[in-house]
Structure formats: structure tokens, C-alpha cells
Design a protein around this ligand. Sequence first.
Ligand code: SF4
Length: 239
Amino acid sequence: MLAASHQVEQTPVAALDAALRNATPHEVIAAALQAIGRERLAVVSSFGSESAALLKVTADVDPSIPVIFLDTGHMFAETLAYRDQLIDILGLRDVRSIKPDAASLARQDADNELWFSDPDACCRIRKVEPLARALAPFAAWINGRKRFQGGLRAAIPVVEQDGARVKFNPFANVSREDIVAIYRSANLPQHPLVASGFRSIGCMPCTSRADAGEDERAGRWRGRGKTECGIHTVATSAV
Ligand code: SF4
């Protein structure tokens, strides 16, 4: 097991990445659990359009692994309902819904319109900073990014350093077909908005439908020149 300290030199990230490069998502999460330990490992999920696959594999490995959900205050009601449905179906025992700091909101986004005037600042106070606080007790985290999502995600490794933490990307290698197969074999429900054309689902003001010919994340921050919220591009321990 890795030491509980956040010291970078104590995390054999390159060795883990090499060992897990061709591993299945189940194998990656099981290896993360063994290397880090449940008390120091968290999954981060948006409970979005493909999230149930990661959550199902997590629950198969250990349903008590903490799951962090960033409840930004701008979530679709359907996402909150889907979160509760998946907790129930998968038997997830430790889902933590994290809200933004009330004082930061009052100071910087009192009218709830910062998403329009400055979406990077909005993501910072509603996602990046709350995640950094939520991850403080953990030495490593797991997320559901896939290379097939393109953009900055096209070259993600399976295991990487994220500031002072280790980040596991157990779905880096998987295809869209693999995810469909997980949903099918486990009879997982779809996010309610998928049926109406939403293919990647985040906050309500910054999510729109994506056409079949577009990248699946094309509906996120459409027209804003922004493709990521920052939780994967800013080291969480540096916030
Ligand atoms: S996705 Fe939009 S609403 Fe959500 S935190 Fe970022 S800018 Fe704000």
C-alpha cells in the first residue's frame, strides 16, 4: 500500500501506469484499491451520461469506496434524481455530494450568472475549489475520462500524477462499445436526458444537445471556446 503521505516521490506512478496500461477497468480499480487503500482513495463522478459504467465497476470492486459528486448548484434535477437512483441500484455506500462554499458564492456569484460572464471563474468556485477541498483527505482519485472523448482527453494515461495525488483513469482505454456493453450486461438505466439528445451532461446553463456527427462533448460550453471545467487541468492539490 502506498504511504498515506502526499509526497510525490512516494507514488510509483510510472510503474503503476506501465503495469495497468492494458488492464480492464475492474483490474485498474482493484489495483488502485490495493495500492492506495479505501480510506485514501475516492471516485469522482458527475452522474452524467456514461457515469453508471464507472460506478458499476466501482461497486463491483468495493461499494464502500467514497464517491464524490460536485453539486454545483446548477445541476439538472434529472441528474440529482439519477444520482439517487444509481446509489440505490448499485448499493453505493459512501456518496458525498459536495457543494460550493457559500461565502465564495455570495462574494463572487450572488446573482448566479457568473457562468455567463466568466465561466472559468464559475467553474473554479463551483467545481475546482470544492473538489480540492473534498479530495484533501485522499491520496488518489479515480475518474471516468475516456480517450475516445477526444480533445485534451485523447492521450490520457491509465495512471498519472495530479499534483501531490495519483489519478487513475480506468476507462482511458475503453471504447464506446465497451461502455454500451457494461450498461447492457448490468441492465443499467440511462441518464434521463440521454433520450432527449444530451450526450455529455454537466451543469444546466453550460450543457446543450450534441448532434450525432459531433464530438460527444460538443454540447458543453458550446460557443464559449472552453472544453474542460478545470478539475482535470488544474492540479487539485494546487488550488
Ligand atoms: S459548468 Fe457552467 S455552471 Fe457549471 S460551474 Fe462551470 S461555468 Fe458554472
